[in-house]
Ligand binder design. Structure first.
Ligand code: NAP
Length: 402
């Protein structure tokens, strides 16, 4: 049953956010509970300081991961999915996914079931953060990663199984090529539908924020009909729907961009060196699922690591915001790690809700705290003269600077 505190979608597609809005959260595994506690403190303080009680968030815990498994025997209960669907916007800490075992990633399942088709990861430099790069301030990019297809589709068959052998025989028959016996086989489905809607969201973001360029990142020289098609579909969409507002890189030699969005593409391996050598030539990136995963962590490292790398998974019906990093199990329960990733994911969430004042307050408080060298262990280890604080203390220091 719908409550007065739930976000609803209006006939024009916009979200209606009540003043007292109820938002589901998943605490997360490993360092999740530490980070969540610190982040919630920051969110509540920022909302209070911006709206003095006229607006507030009512947090609603939903279960997933180890906590859900312990309490209800299910890693991702249907009730959790249904609640997030009904409430439209949620925020989560990281969840464990064992490598190479039969358990499918809960994160991937959440994104696929709720059709949160775009994973958006902004990457920018906060002054003072230790970086291995000479000019990290030149990094200012937003990655739009396709979230529902590619090798993440979960279509994998273990080596030696009947299914893998059957598939191997079919592939040999259809392709005329030999596939080694006892192969494990994974499938990489990609469609024009999913690629184009992701690229469309990325182009719209670039246009709305008047950003200079959009780069399609792919490995189309090798995987021609999947990654190569992603590139083709991208150019096709740009021509069909945005022709007046964009200019293609090859057209630039004869004219300037004239304030239009430059559309270009790069092969993924080249892109990894491009972003390191000439980061200021890249702004919005639209890419496939696996490329986007790798590129997000690499870019995060350039500006100080995963501790301050936020993300949002966005679809047509709602969004789930989450840190880029995982559960960092070795630090679980130590009140040690950097909560910045979830805090900045919250900033993205407030911007998405239209509470941009809250987002800006959080962002500038985080910036000042870091500038004054009050940081958690991860940033402290590369800074001279830093005051190292715990996860919860960092949140307190941030609130003190709001
Ligand atoms: P990870 O949890 O991201 O941690 C890797 C390293 O990154 C940590 O050891 C730590 O580096 C640094 N780090 C991560 N979070 C940090 C934070 N908040 N503050 C400071 N440093 C931080 O990666 P992993 O160890 O490969 O994965 C662990 C589990 O998380 C796996 O089960 C994986 O599947 C899952 N995972 C979940 C998500 C998600 O929920 N969205 C995403 C990725 C991975 P140092 O050791 O150098 O201090």
């Amino acid at each position: 049953m719908q409550t007065a505190n739930q976000i609803t979608k209006l006939a024009n597609g916009a979200l209606h956010v009540p003043d007292h809005v109820e938002i589901p959260f998943i605490e997360g595994d490993g360092v999740g509970p530490d980070i969540w506690r610190a982040s919630q403190m920051v969110f509540d303080a920022a909302v209070e300081k911006c709206f003095h009680g006229t607006k507030k968030v009512i947090w609603k815990e939903v279960l997933a991961g180890e906590k859900a498994f312990k309490q209800v025997g299910n890693w991702l209960p249907d009730e959790t999915l249904q609640t997030i669907k009904d409430y439209r916007v949620a925020i989560k800490g990281p969840l464990t996914t064992p490598v190479g075992k039969g358990v499918r990633s809960i994160n991937v399942a959440l994104r696929q079931t709720l059709d949160l088709y775009a994973c958006i990861r902004p990457v920018r430099y906060y002054p003072g953060v230790p970086s291995p790069f000479k000019e990290p301030q030149k990094v200012n990019m937003v990655i739009f990663r396709e979230n529902t297809e590619d090798v993440y589709a979960g279509l994998e068959f273990a080596a030696g199984t009947k299914e893998a052998e059957e598939l191997r025989a079919t592939v040999e028959r259809l392709s005329g090529k030999k596939v080694r016996a006892e192969s494990a086989i994974g499938i990489k489905p990609m469609t024009s539908f999913a690629s184009k809607r992701l690229i469309k969201m990325a182009i719209e973001h670039a246009l709305e924020h008047k950003l200079p360029s959009l780069t399609l990142v792919h490995k189309g020289n090798i995987m021609k009909f999947t990654e190569g098609a992603f590139r083709e579909w991208g150019y096709e969409l740009a021509k069909e729907e945005f022709r007046e507002k964009v200019i293609f890189e090859e057209e630039l030699s004869s004219s300037s961009s004239n304030g239009k969005l430059i559309i270009k593409d790069r092969i993924a391996d080249n892109m990894f060196q491009q972003v390191q050598l000439r980061p200021d030539e890249y702004s919005v990136i639209a890419t496939t699922n696996l490329n986007g995963d790798y590129l997000s962590d690499a870019l995060a490292a350039m500006v100080g690591g995963l501790g301050i790398a936020p993300g949002g998974n966005i679809g047509a019906e709602g969004a789930v915001f989450e840190a880029t990093h995982g559960t960092a199990p070795k630090y679980a329960g130590q009140d040690k790690v950097n909560p910045g990733s979830v805090i900045l994911s919250g900033k993205m969430m407030f911007d998405y809700l239209g509470w941009t004042k809250v987002g800006s307050m959080i962002d500038s408080a985080l910036e000042s705290t870091i500038k004054e060298k009050v940081v958690t262990y991860d940033l402290a280890r590369g800074m001279t003269g830093a005051k190292e604080v715990s996860c919860s203390k960092f949140a307190e220091e941030l609130i003190a600077r709001m």
